[in-house]
Write a protein that binds this ligand. Structure first.
Ligand SMILES: [Zn+2]
Length: 163
């Protein structure tokens, strides 16, 4: 199990960029929770987040993307920067409409309990899981690294060296 988890955690491409996006997103939430009237600062963080993701061609998680206004980049928090309403179509399908208070842009989501995101579908998961197994080079590299670290621990780092 550890061989499956470790490559995913250590070999994430653009790890620092993801950390930066995560920080900006959390900072925007933090600003809105502490000073809800300071919408501009939260918008600035989200705008920066969007710009970084666009420049590095990083795909953001749908759960993140759904809380950002497409038009003015403000963070959509229901009751603070956005309103949430339930609507129904002519074919009597229920919708959730999220409206940005700043610019009036709306996002519409169909209330479908069986809806499954592409990321959560088994087809998408197969692509992700097969990569580390098909790549023998990274496995060899990790084996070498562990062997080197064992040798280093055994031969060079001795308890007397620190006295
Ligand atoms: Zn907006």
């Amino acid at each position: 199990m550890t061989t499956l988890i470790n490559p995913m955690a250590s070999n994430v491409k653009d790890k620092e960029a993801y950390q930066r996006l995560n920080f900006l997103y959390q900072a925007a939430h933090c600003v809105l929770s502490q000073t809800p009237e300071n919408v501009e600062l939260a918008r600035f963080y989200c705008f920066t987040q969007k710009t970084v993701a666009k420049r590095l061609v990083i795909r953001q998680d749908p759960s993140v993307k759904r809380t950002l206004c497409k038009k003015c980049c403000s963070l959509l928090v229901p009751g603070v920067t956005a309103t949430v309403r339930q609507r129904s179509t002519k074919r009597k399908k229920r919708l959730t409409v999220l409206r940005c208070i700043s610019c009036g842009q709306t996002k519409t989501f169909l209330n479908n309990l069986k809806h499954c995101l592409w990321v959560d579908q088994p087809e998408a998961q197969l692509e992700n899981e097969s990569k580390p197994e098909q790549d023998p080079f990274t496995k060899e590299l990790q084996n070498e690294k562990t062997q080197i670290s064992k040798v280093l621990n055994r031969d060079f780092i001795q308890p007397d060296a620190f006295v």
